[in-house]
Write a protein that binds this ligand. Sequence first.
Ligand code: G1P
Length: 298
Amino acid sequence: MKMKPVKKAVLPVAGFGTRVLPATKTVPKEMLTIVDRPALQYVVDEAVEAGIEHFVFVTARGKIAIEDYFDSAYELEDALQNKGKIELLSELKAKQPLEGTMSFVRQQQAKGLGHAVWCARDIIGDDPFAVLLPDVLIQTDVKSCLAQMMNAYYEVGGNIIAVDPVPDDRVSNYGVIRPKDPKTARNKSLIEMDGMVEKPALEDAPSNLKITGRYILQPELMGLLKDQAAGAGGEIQLTDAMARLMQTQDFHAFIYDGQDYDCGSKLGYFEAVIAFARAHPDIGQDAQNLINKSAKLK
Ligand code: G1P
């Protein structure tokens, strides 16, 4: 089957980050440091590895640091050049996106994730697109989570949603999917689905497979988001619009190989810092030694 390639990604970055206040009072939560780079850089790297060529950031007031981060920083580059810090300079430049490959649109009112994604509609046009929720960092051994999903997409097409099993007591914090008959599953990691629900009570949850925050979606979703009624928490939910699109298009849930961290929460952020420090090529071993040392302290 020949699929239209997925080259655009929407990154909703308009949220306040209330769970990690006061850190996020002046610094966007997506810019909080994980070892030596903002959390957002990991998500962009994940998407680039998956073949994404254009990023649409859905921002809000107070998020200008994100736009500046992806711009060139002339004074800094000049200073590094003059001081002979050429390696640092080339590292910085290697992360610099090509001009014209990043768009910034504003969500003027905090009406929910579905509404944020809809704000990107003019730039998405008629193309399939990825959505990556930058609160969620996913650490993988080999291929990035979105790159794994792309493989699945080029196999079955339609819409692909990353999922991961969660314990019962956390099911109601997430969107949760309803798998079709397990016998129709293509393999252990790619599951046909026929429903999804946002933040269900445990007794109503159709499975324990939570939606992790990585999606490959078809552009027809935008038309549904336009008139999507508010759902859980009084917000326009992406999950509700996807559940409607499922009536006319195929959806597969994809169980990725990797570990996700919710950087929008204090503990999830802390866990991500530890995990990415341990995996860091320069400081990994020292970080592990420090962790071992602090574990011995009472
Ligand atoms: C959002 C989505 C939800 C998903 C979650 C993953 O919820 O609406 O379906 O499971 O992200 O982190 P939020 O965390 O923004 O409430």
